[in-house]
Ligand binder design. Sequence first.
Ligand code: ZN
Length: 246
Amino acid sequence: MRIGILGDIHANLEALEAVVAAMRREGVERWVQVGDIVGYGPEPSACIDVVRDLGCITCVGNHDAAVLDRLDTTYFNNFARAAIQWTQQRLQPRDREFLGNLELVVRQPPFTVVHGTLHLPEQFGYVISPVEALDSFEFQDTQLCFVGHSHVPAIYLRRDAAPEDIHVVPHSEAEISYRGFDRVLMNVGSVGQPRDEDPRAAYGLVDTELEIAAIRRVEYDIAGVQRKIRAAGLPEVLANRLALGV
Ligand code: ZN
């Protein structure tokens, strides 16, 4: 089975369409989305439509929860909060219904899907080092787990016989064999707002027969989405950062 994993789309339709086209060329059979469909970008409803139409197995992200007023945005930066308020005014009832039905953790063997971490999913912590991966692994009872949230891709691997010995593949573009590993935790990076200084859209790909996990990158029309962000009156920084991948 070929699993394609989208994450942190952030209402960037140009990036989403480029990634979906690449995933179709790769023969993806099962579609997964790790949260934050909305927030920051100019096309929340259109991106929700794509995720819905693909039949993605989907968990809720912190921005998705925030637009429904289910998460306190005190700890969001000003630009993120401004984008949440902008998004709230534009969501359609069916968008709210879709987001409102999403769970924090979705377990679908051989994988589990969560936005932040499995040990504290409601706190939306980041997996950015082996320290958090170790904690999250304690609650991972499927071989594979897909996460997002940091917008920085990485793959963590562990053998149950040596649970403290965590292997890390920190690259922004990578393809590895996970044969022989009992637990794989994959941060798939961000479709719509990469922050690893590579502005190309990121997605995850897993082939469960070949036991290969990959982070792929795709070019997309950054200038096009920047124009839409500015035309929408969203904060300028949200357009500028896309070209830098930060
Ligand atoms: Zn995000």
